[in-house]
Design a protein around this ligand. Structure first.
Ligand SMILES: [Fe+2]
Ligand SMILES: [Fe+2]
Length: 456
């Protein structure tokens, strides 16, 4: 009774605060996404993909809630406070990974957490129960993000880095004080804040970067698809090729992040769906990683994961053209030779993990086809035109197989026999000479490249 009788927040005040949480989640979704491509650390690429998805979902839920509160026009695209805008702009512009994770996980996410806890403390839980529910769910996932963030910061940031960034971190605090807290529950300080990192507008870096576990990022020396679709090869070694194909999907979040970041002005449903797909693709990459780990394979040494696809698309095509290629490749994954085939290989292979991964990969792919229909296809007069455009864009992409070799960027080393031998040791079997001798690269099947090398 005491809780239900407390004065709580008026609709006007409640909506004012909800819009600020919404703004924070929206900016965080944009920020995590924008920093995926050029972030070299593999775990952070994956985590940013995950956290971008979580923030996109919470932003969507808050938009819907504001819409329930007598509020048209909703004004959800407005900036609720100029100091909050500076706060997120500054973190987006952080020049190093260390500063970025400090800004995200020690300033931004704790500020959102404090705001949501403040909402639970201030509001009347009877009248405002639907908002209370959203805040509680969001806090659950904020805790997960914060615990990952704390471990990230302790792994990456040392005392001297903290000293160097002290002034900047103090500026972030100043922004929040000037805004009356992220949720706007306190009195704003009224002080104007001077931009530091964001004094120059942020420019998105669309060139993918990788860490030391990707030592040969131009290597196109092992053609996974030719092996996979060749009926004379048995299913067990094919699981290795599928783990390779999955792990190579690191380049899909790298590429999708560029579409999302460079396509402004869409309805929130677009960003929500595209970010969900981006996160699925990151999970597909981790499935490959787990598949190798499960076989005791040291993948950074044994498997050369390249970034040629995301590099080529991000640097050679416009955002809508990249989306066209993604759609073109994904709609080609549904027929006989696509995801069902991979699942069947997994089931036949006696590797239960491979079957499980392909089962879910296939289901995700069906969702992605729906997302493509909803957000890409509708740009065209008819589906045929949309597919033709994707085909045309993909044909224009140059994979410089030979010139990368001439420039000394890669030798396209055939790493397959060593990988296969190591897996055979794990399985306790003798290598099959025909499998061991496999040496088809992506150069010799240049004509089929278009159909075969799509990552998604
Ligand atoms: Fe995928
Ligand atoms: Fe996909």
């Amino acid at each position: 009774m005491a809780d239900a009788m407390k004065p709580g927040l008026s609709i006007e005040e409640c909506v004012r605060r909800l819009k600020r949480y919404h703004y924070a989640f929206k900016r965080l979704q944009q920020l995590f996404t924008a920093r995926i491509t050029a972030e070299p650390i593999y775990e952070l690429k994956m985590a940013f993909s995950h956290h971008a998805h979580l923030c996109a979902e919470h932003a969507a839920a808050l938009r819907q809630r504001v819409g329930e509160m007598r509020e048209p026009p909703l004004g959800l695209e407005a900036v609720p406070d100029p100091s909050l805008e500076i706060f997120f702009d500054e973190i987006l512009s952080a020049p190093t990974t260390e500063e970025l994770v400090l800004g995200l996980y020690e300033k931004a996410l704790p500020a959102v957490k404090a705001a949501l806890e403040g909402h639970l403390a201030d509001t009347n839980r009877l009248v405002d129960q639907p908002s209370v529910r959203l805040c509680r769910f969001a806090l659950l996932e904020l805790e997960d993000m914060l615990s990952f963030g704390a471990r990230t910061v302790s792994a990456l940031v040392d005392e001297s880095c903290r000293q160097r960034t002290m002034n900047w971190l103090a500026l972030l605090d100043e922004c929040l004080v000037a805004a009356g807290g992220l949720g706007g529950a306190q009195k704003p300080s009224g002080k104007t804040v001077q931009r530091q990192r964001s004094a120059k507008p942020y420019t998105y870096d669309r060139v993918p970067k990788r860490d030391h576990r990707f030592p040969d990022p131009y290597n196109m020396g092992v053609n996974a698809e030719v092996f996979l679709y060749d009926e004379k090869f048995p299913p067990e070694p094919k699981t290795l090729m599928m783990f390779y194909k999955r792990l190579r999907e690191v380049d899909v979040p790298e590429m999708m992040a560029s579409i999302i970041t460079e396509t402004p002005g869409k309805p929130w449903g677009y960003y929500r769906d595209m970010t969900r797909q981006l996160w699925d693709e990151a999970r597909h990459a981790m499935m490959g990683e787990v598949g190798f780990a499960n076989l005791g394979i040291d993948w950074p040494r044994q498997v050369m994961i390249n970034y040629t696809w995301s590099l080529a698309l991000n640097t050679q095509l416009k955002p809508i053209e990249r989306h066209a290629v993604l759609y073109f490749i994904e709609q080609g994954l549904m027929p006989r030779n696509g995801k069902r085939f991979e699942w069947e290989v997994g089931r036949a292979s006696h590797n239960p993990l491979s079957a499980l991964f392909q089962d879910y990969d296939w289901a995700d792919e069906v969702l992605h086809a729906r997302i493509g229909r909803d957000w890409y296809l509708k740009e065209f007069k008819n589906p045929q035109e949309a597919v033709r455009y994707g085909d045309e864009c993909w044909s224009r992409v140059l994979m410089n197989w030979e010139s990368w070799r001439e420039q000394g960027l890669t030798q396209h080393r055939n790493w397959w026999p060593d990988l296969y031998r190591q897996a055979c040791e794990h399985w306790g079997i003798e290598p099959d000479p025909a499998v061991l001798a496999y040496s088809t690269t992506y150069q010799t099947v240049r004509a089929d490249l278009k159909e075969l090398t799509g990552s998604a």
